[in-house]
Design a protein around this ligand. Structure first.
Ligand code: AMP
Ligand code: MG
Length: 400
């Protein structure tokens, strides 16, 4: 059996990254940058005031106080958006608004709250240091600076930065389109009555939501029955419409070999037994160079294998650099023993207490017990062959 790390690395090594496209800035949120962005302008583009107040020569207000104010002659008012007309000489000041351009001659701004304006004369009650309350040309970003590189996710701050740099179009990685197919004669679509022996098809919806949640584009391709020709037709159609295919069910030993036969016929597939619980049987490979993920049918296994394998793979396709959830330590609330011969990803409720995470498992952990995941906000990782006592720590992932 392969370890989770071996299997995941092998799979990730073969995952291609999507090609890039140009997008309008307002349609770029959540995409991943595919180019290096160097600043073509200074931000800010000119020295400006950080306060509403008076631009002065700092030496003119050295040592002043409420009792011994400086009296300066106000030569003009500079509003945001306009260039100053005057030079501020010694003994003079310019009224200035936040974001307005600093006038020649002045080297600091006194905030309005410590001044009093009477006609053309301002009394200054507090001193300022040279450069105080001034924002300098290029202090945020200088012309030529590398501001963002490929792999950067375009969140609101990045979109704002693109606008600051006058980028109305940006090169991003295309979002992967991911076709999703459930397999099995027992599956009944929503809205139809359950006949004896049938169950609801839950995996397709869960996988759809997982694909959607990470910003890829899910395509619902329905249910493939346990019929080889029909399964082949649906898989072919799915791969022709998408950049990747996810199937669920039909990859374990003792299965009707339909799914495995069809996948083998259509592409280059590996059927792996990964030393993990839930989710031991999995299939990976490609059809026409497009990644194919064959998830196990049990609902918990399907969701957990997506989380640990398919999620990082799709993030890689979409151009992301950070593929994995952070791992941190959580303290167990009760003893846990693992004698399964494989690492156990247990569903847990993680809460923070006094700066530490505490983990409590969510009851019965069978791979068909979907409720164990609904109750959970994380996974805890229990290595094979150990008993971990209450109060000891384990590795954990938050899933929220
Ligand atoms: P399989 O891997 O096809 O042997 O399926 C393993 C178990 O998962 C069986 O109990 C199936 O009925 C169940 N199962 C398979 N596909 C789904 C699905 N799409 N939704 C819910 N349960 C499923
Ligand atoms: Mg099946």
């Amino acid at each position: 059996m392969l370890s989770v790390q071996e299997a995941r690395q092998k799979m990730l090594d073969s995952i291609p990254v999507m090609s890039s496209e140009s997008r309008q800035i307002l349609e770029s949120t959540g995409y991943v940058l595919a180019e290096t962005l160097n600043a073509t302008e200074n931000i800010p583009p000119f020295d400006n005031s950080a306060m509403d107040g008076f631009a002065v020569q700092s030496k003119d207000v050295n040592g002043v106080s409420k009792e011994k104010p400086a009296s300066l002659n106000v030569v003009e008012t500079i509003a945001a958006g306009y260039a100053p007309k005057m030079t501020v000489e010694s003994g003079q000041a310019a009224r200035i608004m936040t974001g307005a351009m600093m006038p020649e001659g002045a080297d600091a701004v006194v905030m309005q709250e410590v001044t009093e304006l009477t006609g053309d004369t301002v009394s200054i009650f507090e001193s300022v240091e040279e450069n105080e309350n001034v924002r300098f040309t290029g202090e945020s970003v200088s012309l030529g600076d590398c501001v963002m590189s490929p792999g950067k996710v375009l969140r609101p701050p990045e979109v704002s930065m693109l606008a600051s740099l006058n980028c109305s179009e940006v090169k991003v990685f295309r979002k992967p389109k991911v076709a999703i197919v459930s397999t099995g004669d027992e599956l009944t679509p929503l809205g139809e009555p359950l006949e004896p022996g049938k169950i609801r098809d839950s995996n397709r919806y869960g996988i759809f939501a997982q694909v959607d949640e990470i910003g890829c584009i899910p395509i619902d391709m329905g249910i493939a029955p346990d019929d080889e020709a029909e399964t082949e037709r649906i898989f072919r159609e799915s791969i022709s419409k998408a950049d990747a295919l996810i199937t669920s069910g039909g990859v374990s030993v003792g299965e009707h070999d339909i799914v495995k036969n069809v996948l083998t016929k259509l592409g280059e597939m590996n059927f792996w037994r990964v030393a993990m619980k839930p989710g031991k049987p999995q299939a990976y490979g490609n059809i026409d160079g497009k990644p194919v993920f064959g998830l196990p049918g049990n609902p918990v296994s399907s969701l957990v294998v997506f989380e640990l394998f398919v999620r990082p793979a799709l993030l890689k396709m979409a151009g992301h650099r950070d593929l994995f959830r952070p791992t941190f330590k959580a303290r167990l609330e009760t003893d846990v023993t693992n004698r399964d011969g494989r690492v156990n990803y247990m569903r847990a409720i993680l809460t923070e207490e006094n700066g530490h995470f505490v983990a409590k498992t969510t009851g019965p952990q069978g791979s068909g017990i979907l409720h164990s995941l609904v109750l959970a906000n994380g996974l805890i990782i229990i290595p094979d062959g150990v008993t971990i006592k209450a109060g000891e720590t384990v590795d954990a992932h938050l899933l929220t």
